[in-house]
Design a protein around this ligand. Sequence first.
Ligand SMILES: [Zn+2]
Length: 187
Amino acid sequence: MNALRTDLGTRLRAAAVEYAAHGWPVVPVSFFDGRSYTCVQADCVEETMHPVWRLWPDRASADPKVVAAWLGMLTLSVAVRTGVVFDVVSMPEAAATRVQAALAERHTATPVAVWRERGRRLFWVEPGLPWRPVLGRLDARVSAENGWVPVPPTPTRHGPVQWAVEPAQTGWCFARHEDFLAAASAG
Ligand SMILES: [Zn+2]
């Protein structure tokens, strides 16, 4: 158990450093240790994943050295701040797989992650996505300014957050608004 946890801690840190190196603002979140979410506050009673600092938006960092230091001291999970470099659209699994297929058909490459604990997939898009009725029909939610989403390989009660489309496959680029909304309408 200890060795496993150390290995996961190493992978979480390596992933966080890579996100930061590509300009993604990293936010440490509570770590699921197999039973519950643990964070840096000894008296924490939150039972779901959450940023470990109250004033986390100001502390989110895309400096690989800073991020490596945070995750070197403690085993924490990895999230990214939204609304600055990108927005993230989440939608339920069924709608999400249709939209993901529509994106692929249109050759619109953008990172997609699976957050099984919430039964949703996450789509990275350029920041400032305007709200459109199609997003409501898909039960989509936009994580924008002062929001965060977990990123792989963050563990959850239902297994790790995983990439369905890795950012390296997209050249670390995000879908443009019109391309994403066109795929969403087709899905
Ligand atoms: Zn906490």
